[in-house]
Ligand binder design. Structure first.
Ligand code: NAD
Ligand code: 0WE
Length: 255
């Protein structure tokens, strides 16, 4: 008997087997949850489809979150195939590479808009379509990072987008609480995924965490997935609008 037997989850943000969203998908699957996956464009389908099929997923759909009609199609499909939805995992972020180096003051208007659209507004756009399907309570989970609250060199416009994402979590939680839908964020420490590739100094950040964090180690996607499982299940039935740190305790240390 699994903790999520008869539950249905849609997962946004698997790019490959290193993705945080993939670890979360596996943890939910182990507990008996049925899964739907989306991929961010044709180029990723060949990566995502085999992963999804390995956890018996039958609903695998394209979804670039900057495109409202693709988002509509995902939830139309879920409505047709499942009739209802219990869990939504949002594990998506994007900024142009040039915005993730140099000075924040040089952020372009277009770069700011794109980072905000993909990394923050997308949670609102997905929640808007998901909540009518969450008829028997629900849990919406997104991924954030400490750079939303403290200045992390080079995180730049992504820090501003994550601040907007975290504020959106609170406003969504306030709206959807009356429908018994909970909305929370996980603030993960740095992990070497595709989204960390080519970030200069990423290795040094991993070493800084090992030295400073109370647990004296970096976190894994499995650490994040365990907290996502808690937030997906009734174990967290009284928790909404929160940011939960899965960062080996890094954020509590002053020096
Ligand atoms: P990842 O590259 O595996 O996942 C990012 C996902 O965003 C990819 O699947 C990509 O396809 C998707 N995406 C980008 N643009 C999109 C668009 N327009 N439409 C739909 N999908 C789009 O990397 P990850 O580290 O697993 O990142 C997942 C989440 O975790 C992100 O929100 C990231 O900010 C957050 N996070 C990552 C770390 C880290 O150090 N890796 C730490 C804290 C939080
Ligand atoms: O949220 C993130 C990464 C988000 C991200 C990464 C990329 C790299 C490739 C968004 N957009 C892009 N665009 C690309 O073209 N993290 C929390 C990981 C991360 O990224 C950083 C970090 C950390 C930590 C960037 C600079 C400094 C620290």
């Amino acid at each position: 008997m699994g903790m999520l037997d008869n539950k249905k989850a849609v997962i946004f943000g698997v790019a490959n087997e290193r993705s945080i969203a993939w670890a979360i998908a596996q943890a939910l699957h182990k507990e008996g949850c049925e899964l739907a996956f989306t991929y961010a464009g044709a180029a990723l389908e060949s990566r995502v489809r085999p992963l999804a099929e390995s956890v018996s997923s039958k609903v695998i759909l394209p979804c670039d979150v900057t495109n409202d009609s693709e988002i509509d199609a995902v939830f139309e499909n879920i409505k047709q195939q499942w009739g209802s939805l219990d869990i939504l995992i949002h594990s998506i972020a994007f900024a142009n590479k040039e915005e993730l180096k140099g000075m924040f003051v040089d952020t372009s208007r277009e770069g700011f808009k794109l980072a905000m659209d993909v990394s923050a507004y997308s949670l609102v756009a997905l929640a808007k379509r998901a909540y009518p399907l969450m008829t028997n309570n629900g849990s919406i989970i997104t991924m954030t990072y400490y750079g939303s609250e403290k200045v992390v060199p080079n995180y730049n416009v992504m820090g501003v987008a994550k601040a907007a994402l975290e504020a959106s979590v609170k406003y969504l939680a306030a709206d959807l609480g009356q429908k018994n839908i909970r909305v929370n964020a996980i603030s993960a420490g740095p992990i070497k995924t595709l989204a960390a590739m080519g970030i200069s100094g990423f290795k040094d950040m991993l070493h800084a965490v090992e030295n400073k964090a109370p647990l004296k180690r970096n976190i894994t996607t499995e650490d994040v997935a365990n907290t996502a499982l808690y937030l997906s299940s009734s174990l967290s039935s009284g928790v909404t609008g929160e940011v939960i740190y899965v960062d080996a305790g890094y954020n509590i240390v002053g020096m």
